[in-house]
Design a protein around this ligand. Structure first.
Ligand SMILES: O=C(O)CCC(=O)C(=O)O
Ligand SMILES: [Fe+2]
Length: 277
């Protein structure tokens, strides 16, 4: 039995591991953390003292590392992406509901985000549980979704003509010429728990396969409204040394942008996933 203690963050998503030192956990405790992420979608831990090397070593326990193509790398550590906003910037990264890397053929399993500098207040991150969102749908709609696949891309976000190019994050981001397209099931079975999940997201999903965007939007908008219901969410409040690990298949997240005039710096390592079909 593992002696890691957990406290839920909300009814349907999120759990916090208490009194734990990620530099000193044995394989049993690590197994409990892995199970917690599978079961709750996001695991939150406070007060960690991790150097960049220790952050990378911890990430490698979870699996391979996917280097993000768009975010600036942290100095000497290509595995670590910087998610940052300065005192003078007004746009943040991740300030809309999304799941990371759904535009990849094999989307990342998850991300490990470590807070380095946080504003005096604000800058929380919201997470939403896509298992609970799927469960809440009618049997008829669930059956329809089981027969659908959706097309995902990041081009409208990160390319030269994309959303960030118009903002004060443009100079920090890279990969403007990369083109992405992936097709994934809309009702996904979680590879570990087998739980059914709603796998479309407002940022990267373009349309249902074989449907036009115009035909897809009404149903997508409905699914997004369900996914955004406050009852399926939890909220994480960061301080330097806080760390979150989330599962991109079973959760969405949203970085609040309510701290203008202050710096916020997060270090993110993205963990490789497995094919979704
Ligand atoms: O900064 C945050 O809280 C989250 C940003 C984000 O979307 C990400 O790191 O994937
Ligand atoms: Fe994100």
């Amino acid at each position: 039995m593992s002696n890691v203690h957990f406290a839920p963050l909300a009814d349907h998503v999120g759990v916090e591991a208490l009194n734990i030192d990620l530099n000193a956990i044995d394989d049993t405790a690590f197994g409990a953390l892995r199970q917690a992420v599978a079961d709750h979608g996001v695991l939150f831990v406070r007060d960690q003292q991790l150097t960049p090397e220790q952050h990378i070593a911890f990430a490698r326990r979870w699996g391979g590392i996917d280097v993000n193509n768009y975010f600036p790398a942290n100095g000497g550590y290509p595995e670590i992406a910087e998610v940052r906003k300065s005192e003078t910037q007004t746009t943040n990264i991740g300030g809309g509901w999304h799941t990371d890397h759904s535009y990849d053929q094999v989307p990342a399993m998850g991300s490990i985000l470590l807070a380095r500098e946080t504003p005096p207040s604000g800058g929380d991150t919201l997470f939403a549980g896509m298992g609970a969102a799927f469960d809440s749908l009618s049997d008829g709609l669930k059956d329809t979704l089981r027969g659908l696949r959706a097309v995902h891309s990041a081009d409208h976000i990160y390319s030269t003509g994309g959303i960030y190019a118009q903002t004060d994050q443009a100079a920090d981001l890279k990969g403007h010429d990369i083109r992405t397209r992936a097709v994934h099931p809309v009702a996904l079975r979680h590879p570990v728990t087998g739980r059914e999940l709603l796998y479309v997201n407002p940022a990267f999903t373009l349309h249902f396969e074989g449907w036009t965007r115009e035909e897809s939007l009404p149903l997508l908008q409905y699914l997004y409204e369900v996914g955004m219901r406050p009852e399926f969410q939890c909220r994480v409040q960061w301080a330097p040394g806080s760390l979150a690990i989330w599962d991109n298949r079973s959760t969405w997240h949203f970085a609040m942008n309510d701290y203008h005039g202050h710096r916020r710096l997060m270090h993110r390592i993205t963990i490789s996933g497995e094919p979704l079909e």
